[in-house]
Design a protein around this ligand. Structure first.
Ligand SMILES: C[S@@+](CC[C@H](N)C(=O)[O-])C[C@H]1O[C@@H](n2cnc3c(N)ncnc32)[C@H](O)[C@@H]1O
Ligand code: SF4
Length: 327
């Protein structure tokens, strides 16, 4: 990997390989890809709604094979465990294609334990998006799964590690770091063998008191291996006192809801991955309300107006609190 740059983007401090975006642009549609990246920044920075969502986040499942101490699954326990059905995946794929969605982002729970993960990836690849992301804990990143992801092809695989040593990984994620690292190296060898440049590899690290001392070791370990290293800010879901949580002297702009939508495993449509309610007063599901109807609906427009005047829900406040150190 060539020279690295530190970049600060809201909650993320990013160490990236120079050339990753240029490589993606050349592999994924050139001018169209460059325009999509410009739009991605523009709509969030200007808090103006894009004509159609640029990205759809799929929470593919609420099941998981780990129980990480900082995760909302552990901290909130408010969702039933379920996998997204293929009916819902098919509806999202068809609607996203019609909307010319540029990016599909898969997260969970743990997507790689979804019983129909290959069928789901194949269906979503029909959308023809420019960017496909998978966020995974890497536990099930087996040889066969890696092969499927390379063949789709996914654009980015993001493995959440949060630690540089076995001891800290065990404390935070409760499993074996060496096994996940072995999976990542198997994936990289296979990618090389298949002479594929994609998926690019991101490794991520949510900063917590338990792992801060390992930040430099993490960089040393991954800087010549991964295409991006992300350091992310911890969201404290258990912070129950939200009044006064945000510093009134600062601005707290959030741009995500102006450029993306999220769909939960039961098909519920939400503004972003952190909002558990949309504040429009009604629940909308992708099998009965299309993404287009939701995006253009009066309820969603009102929701965006509230964000523009920084009248935030409690979920938003908790998320935005983690931005404060960078604002
Ligand atoms: C909820 S996980 C789901 C995907 C997958 N199971 C994984 O661990 O990558 C998505 C991302 O959120 C991060 N995350 C979990 N709890 C968080 C928290 N309290 N604050 C910020 N990020 C968190 C994880 O490290 C991971 O990168
Ligand atoms: S692996 Fe991901 S979804 Fe599962 S508990 Fe950990 S952070 Fe949460």
């Amino acid at each position: 990997m060539s020279k690295q740059i530190f970049e600060e983007r809201s909650t993320v401090q990013r160490l990236k390989s120079e050339g990753a975006q240029e490589l993606l642009s050349s592999l994924r549609g050139g001018v169209e890809y460059i325009q999509y990246r410009k739009d991605w920044d523009y709509y969030a920075q200007n808090r103006t709604q894009s004509e159609a969502p640029l990205q759809i986040i799929l929470v593919t499942t609420t099941h998981c094979n780990l129980s990480c101490k900082m995760c909302s699954r552990n901290q909130l326990n408010s969702y039933a465990e379920e996998h997204m059905s293929m009916n819902i995946v098919n509806a999202i794929a068809e609607q996203a294609k019609e909307l010319n969605v540029k990016s599909i982002w898969l997260t969970g729970g743990e997507t790689l334990i979804h019983p129909e993960v290959s069928a789901m990836m194949r269906k979503l690849s029909e959308v023809g998006a420019l960017d496909y992301w998978l966020v995974t804990n890497g536990i099930e990143l087996t040889h066969d799964i890696s092969e499927m992801l390379i063949d789709i092809p996914l654009t980015w695989i993001s493995v959440s590690l949060d630690a540089a040593t076995e001891e800290t990984y065990k404390e935070i994620r409760g499993s074996d770091l060496s096994m996940v690292e072995k999976n990542i190296h198997t994936f990289l060898k296979l990618r090389e063998k298949k002479k594929s440049e994609l998926p690019l590899l991101r490794v991520s690290f949510v900063e917590m008191k338990e792992n801060l001392h390992e930040k430099q070791t993490f960089i040393d370990k991954w800087e010549d291996v991964a295409d991006i290293i992300d350091f992310q800010t911890l969201i404290k879901y258990k912070e129950d006192e939200v009044d006064g949580i945000l510093d009134k002297k600062k601005k707290h702009p959030c741009g995500n809801a102006f450029r993306l939508l999220t769909v939960r495993p039961d098909g519920e449509i939400l503004p972003c991955a952190y909002s558990r309610k949309d504040r429009t007063g009604r629940r909308s599901y992708v099998l009965s309300t299309t993404l287009k109807e939701y995006w253009n609906g009066a309820g969603y427009k009102e929701f965006l107006k509230q964000i523009q005047i920084e009248n935030y829900s409690d979920d938003c406040k908790r998320c935005l609190k983690s931005f404060q150190s960078y604002s």
